[in-house]
Structure formats: structure tokens, C-alpha cells
Design a protein around this ligand. Structure first.
Ligand SMILES: Nc1ncnc2c1ncn2[C@@H]1O[C@H](COP(=O)(O)OP(=O)(O)O)[C@@H](O)[C@H]1O
Ligand SMILES: [Mg+2]
Length: 250
């Protein structure tokens, strides 16, 4: 049972890096709430701290200050409740697709459910890639392998760093649909960070705009229509993109 209505609650989170022996602030007093089984897109220009924020949420980087609660409990370390898809896919070049897909489960010491593995490969259209190595795959195929790996882990919270930004428009849209289908089936919470306005509107039930100057949250735009059938090709999709675009330029 969930003990908190919030899957993730972050209060006054700040982070700085040392650059040339000088402390440079990257995130300043970020507050964020994500309810169970909801999705959030975080948008901001390159260099505004999106990857930093995800690494902190995944427990891979320590913030300077702030409070992180996962399921109502203090969260400071990596946990199998959270899975992260990196910008660079995180595939091991010396392992086949098949082995890369089960790597996450193996590392966590779980038994491999062969039927679940096959079902996910089928859903993502990667059954035929089993014996290939990552260098033999296109960007879209690598991203599908990375997604298969995290879907198998069945995390409560899926974190994704610009997952589809490097892909062509058609592949991107197809993978966004895969993600949403999987989400509808399994109902995990997810956070996607992106510099792409369309990606944010296609995936986020809420869209958080980061302000690169103030280094904190500028505003949150509601996007509850994201799960409506046909939304992605509707006028309201483009209206929402325009709204996010305007918010980013302000
Ligand atoms: N390990 C690090 N050491 C010093 N500065 C860093 C480090 N990682 C990131 N930065 C700086 O922090 C800022 C935010 O980086 P990042 O979180 O990668 O932004 P984004 O993902 O939004 O492009 C950038 O100015 C970057 O140069
Ligand atoms: Mg980044």
C-alpha cells in the first residue's frame, strides 16, 4: 500500500558544482511533487540543470541541500523503485541486445521471467535484434532496447533524460506511443526531462518549466489531456505547445 499520496516530494533542493575552484549554482530551491502513477515533463534549455536534477532524483548525486521523499520516506540512495534511462542509452557495447535487456534484472538479482521478456520485446518491435550488438543498432533501436530493460524492472518511478530528442520525428513519435502504451498497462510514475517542447507536451501530465536564470521552477502547466486518444494530432496539442513555447520565452 502507498503510504503517501506523493510518489516523490522534493522540497527546497539546491545544487552547485565547483568550476575552476568557484562554486556555481545550478539548481536553486527546486520544489516538486509527483503523485503515484502520474507523469511530469521538465523542460528547460541545455545547461539549465535537467540532467543534474535527474541524477539527484535517482540517488546518484547528492544535493547541497533540500529534502527528498520517495513514497513518504527520506530518499538519498539508489533504489530498485526507481529506474533511469540515460541520454546515452547506457547499453554495454560488449553485450548483445538480448543480454543488455536482462542486465538490469540480473544486477538486481531477480529471476528472469522469460514470458515477460518476450512480451516486452514484441511490444517494442525488437525481437529480431536479439543477437546484435549495440554498435549495429540505429539510435531508435538502441533507445527501444534501453526502454525494454527498464520496463522489465517494473519501477515505481521511471526517470528519462531527453529520451527521444536525438531521434527522427517519426521514430520519436512511435517511441512516445510505446511509452504511453506501457504506461497505460503498468501505471508507473515517470519524469521526463527534455529541451523539446513537443516531447514535453506529448508525455507530461504536468509540464514544469525551469528558469535558467533563477535556476528554479518558473511555472507548471497542466496537461491532463495527454492521455486522451488522438491528443497528439489534435489542435489542443499544438495550442499547448504554443503555451509552453511562450512560457519558455518569458
Ligand atoms: N560534474 C560537473 N562539474 C561541474 N559542472 C558541471 C558538472 N555537471 C554539470 N555541470 C554544469 O552544470 C550545468 C547544468 O548541467 P546539466 O545538468 O548537464 O544541464 P542540462 O542537462 O540541462 O543540459 C552546466 O552548466 C554544466 O556545465
Ligand atoms: Mg542534460
Amino acid at each position: 500500500m502507498n503510504i503517501s499520496p506523493d510518489l516523490l516530494k522534493i522540497t527546497n533542493l539546491s545544487k552547485s558544482y565547483l568550476q575552476n575552484n568557484k562554486k556555481v549554482g545550478v539548481l536553486d530551491n527546486i520544489n516538486l511533487n509527483l503523485k503515484h502513477k502520474n507523469s511530469l515533463a521538465i523542460v528547460g534549455p541545455s545547461g539549465c540543470g535537467k540532467t543534474t536534477l535527474l541524477l539527484i532524483l535517482a540517488g546518484l548525486l547528492k544535493p547541497d541541500s533540500g529534502k527528498l521523499l520517495l513514497d513518504g520516506k527520506i530518499h538519498i540512495e539508489t533504489t530498485n523503485k526507481i529506474a533511469l534511462v540515460l541520454q546515452t542509452y547506457g547499453l554495454l557495447p560488449w553485450k548483445t541486445v538480448s543480454d543488455n535487456i536482462i542486465l538490469g534484472i540480473q544486477l538486481q538479482g531477480y529471476d528472469i521471467d522469460k514470458a515477460a521478456v518476450t512480451e516486452i520485446k514484441r511490444t517494442l518491435g525488437i525481437v529480431h535484434l536479439d543477437k546484435l550488438y549495440p554498435e549495429q543498432l540505429s539510435g531508435g533501436q538502441k533507445q527501444r532496447v534501453a526502454l525494454a530493460r527498464v520496463f522489465l524492472l517494473q519501477p515505481k518511478l521511471l526517470l528519462m533524460d531527453e529520451p527521444f530528442s536525438a531521434l527522427d520525428a517519426i521514430t520519436r513519435e512511435r517511441l512516445q506511443h510505446y511509452l504511453m502504451d506501457e504506461y497505460r498497462k503498468r501505471k508507473f510514475g515517470f519524469i521526463v526531462v527534455t529541451h523539446s517542447i513537443e516531447e514535453a507536451v506529448a508525455l507530461g501530465q504536468q509540464i514544469m518549466i525551469l528558469n535558467p536564470d533563477a535556476k528554479n521552477v518558473d511555472q507548471i502547466i497542466e496537461n491532463q489531456e495527454v492521455f486522451n486518444p488522438g491528443f497528439h494530432s489534435s489542435k489542443s496539442f499544438f495550442d499547448k505547445c504554443y503555451k509552453v513555447h511562450k512560457a519558455l520565452l518569458n
